[in-house]
Design a binder for this molecule. Sequence first.
Ligand SMILES: [Zn+2]
Length: 415
Amino acid sequence: MTDRLVFRHALIIDGTGASPQPDATVIIADGVIQEIGGLRTKAPKGARVVDLKGRCLLPGLIDAHVHPGNIELRNTMTAKLPPAVYVLSVCRNLETDIQLGFTTVRDAAGLDPGFREAMARGMIQGPRLFLSVTPLSQSGGESRIAGTGPDRPAPRNALNICPEICDGPDQVRAAARRTLGRGADQIKVFADGEVLASQESDRAVPGQWKFSVEEIKAAVDVAEAGGTYVMAHAYGPRAIQNCLAAGVRSIEHGNLMDDETARLMAERGVYYVPTLTVYDLLLARGREWGLDDTSQAKLEAVGRQGRDALEAAFRAGVKIASGSDIVGPAQALKGRELAIKAEVLGPMGAIVSATRTNAELLGVADRWGTVSPGKLADLIVTARNPLDHISLFEDGLKNVVMVIREGAVIKDLIS
Ligand SMILES: [Zn+2]
């Protein structure tokens, strides 16, 4: 399974933001980067040698906000798929993700832990998964079936994964504990209105705030006791500031962020995951994919502000992570996030955000996320230099010519 590999003449972009290192020799064994040397470094006997002349070696990409389980644009539609179709569609998405060069992804809720199990059994080749499983929402929140008396959560998919509907710190605490018990790696909370309505009469809009500080704090306490953290869906200053006060680790979307909120995020060392690709795609193609009027109106209210928020966060010195948040079709466009981000952060900044910064957010930076000796060999090779052609990641299926996960070659278009 694990290969002894040597790369020659690699141009390394190591994920730290350092200048690219030309003509490097990289020795990989036992799933780990053993050595990075120059032209004179000797290859160990019996190793497979790959000449990377003209190509670039980077850390495997990380997407910190994905939904490979959101097969249709709306959860209500995904929930109606025949379970076999649903499962096979998710498998295709996961297989595509790793072919694009994403060796790690963080699911922002809904994915069944069975997919991780299937991967561990070698039944699917996919990225490492960090799962949120059942997100925490509240009564009157979006993810519900209306008109059934007390709020009943609507399933997100055909495997009947439902959000946890919880009110008050005690219920939130119990819901967070149940979620960890299901195998979640982190807790996802909905702290603000959602763009994609689960029903036409949906009134909650992005920019409102949902959970109180005390409620979010209860989730944070449970997460921290379990050795993990909370990621929060939030758009507006009030929702974001509630999350900051409660000790949340990452703010997802944040499109309506203002300078003051950005300053507070920087001060507290909270990560920002802007998710620009999903708005780009929905604004361009949402209608064609069946976006309803309610969702379209909400999209109009936040879709174009994502870039301003990213600029505000960048100016304030916030730690900027990277997530595409693609729902429905077009899952293969995850790499577009780097190109969009590069407009604000530059190509190197975009690469760092999708590698080292995302690894820090996930708490794995000591093990992978950069190209350096001692790190796990999660690596990709690109056909050209992404610093000159950052949009190459948009067509990762073609332009990412090698993918290595923990030393195992998953994709190889070179030999
Ligand atoms: Zn999302």
